[in-house]
Design a protein around this ligand. Structure first.
Ligand code: ZN
Length: 192
């Protein structure tokens, strides 16, 4: 981690930025820099009204995620090197991604997961999650592996959302990113 990024310049990257496709490396040492990165991610996630955010989404290719584990009571927790140890059940529900703004689609995920991760204080924790939180865990660990939820669409959704994705690809190629104030609508409720 010799080239730690300037936290102020970090922002959420948008599809199809190639940095979203990088497989993140494990965090070797949980130190104060990790805490600073998590704090900055927390700010960016709050601005976008997100439920979760992976470090790869801000272009930092290490295995760090933050998640709102408190539902409506908004408890944002930081997890380092998370691993999904087991998955149970299958469920098809709508989800959205802060890196693919404005696009929501039904994605098949495990209904329940059992997860292990390291907290900022170095404690190793294991926990069960179900419902939206289980979905968020799977979505964020996918991000750390360079995968996006649009990779998991069924054929019909892929066709339906194709034009919107191609529009985003075209905008990225032309370098215009997002028109207007340069950012999409920052309100993406429930996206992660
Ligand atoms: Zn996402």
């Amino acid at each position: 981690m010799s080239r730690f990024p300037d936290l102020k310049t970090l922002r959420i990257l948008y599809y199809p930025d190639p940095r979203l496709r990088v497989e993140a490396a494990p965090v070797v040492k949980v130190d104060s820099l990790i805490g600073e990165m998590a704090d900055r991610m927390r700010e960016l996630m709050a601005e976008a009204h997100g439920l979760g955010l992976a470090a790869t989404q801000v272009g930092w290719p290490f295995r760090l995620v933050i998640l709102n584990t408190g539902g409506e009571s908004e408890k944002v927790e930081v997890f380092v090197n998370p691993v999904i140890l087991s998955r149970r059940g299958r469920i098809l529900e709508e989800e959205g991604c802060l890196s693919v703004p404005g696009l929501y689609a039904r994605v098949r995920r495990a209904e329940r997961v059992h997860v292990r991760a390291i907290r900022l204080d170095g404690e190793v924790v294991e926990m069960d999650a179900e419902g939206l939180l289980a979905r968020a865990w799977q979505h964020e660990v996918d991000h750390l592996d360079g995968r996006l939820f649009v990779d998991r669409l069924g054929p019909a959704a892929r066709i339906a959302l194709g034009p919107r994705l191609r529009e985003m690809e075209e905008r990225f190629r032309s370098g215009s990113d997002y028109s207007g104030d340069g950012e999409p609508d920052a309100s993406e409720p429930g996206a992660m």
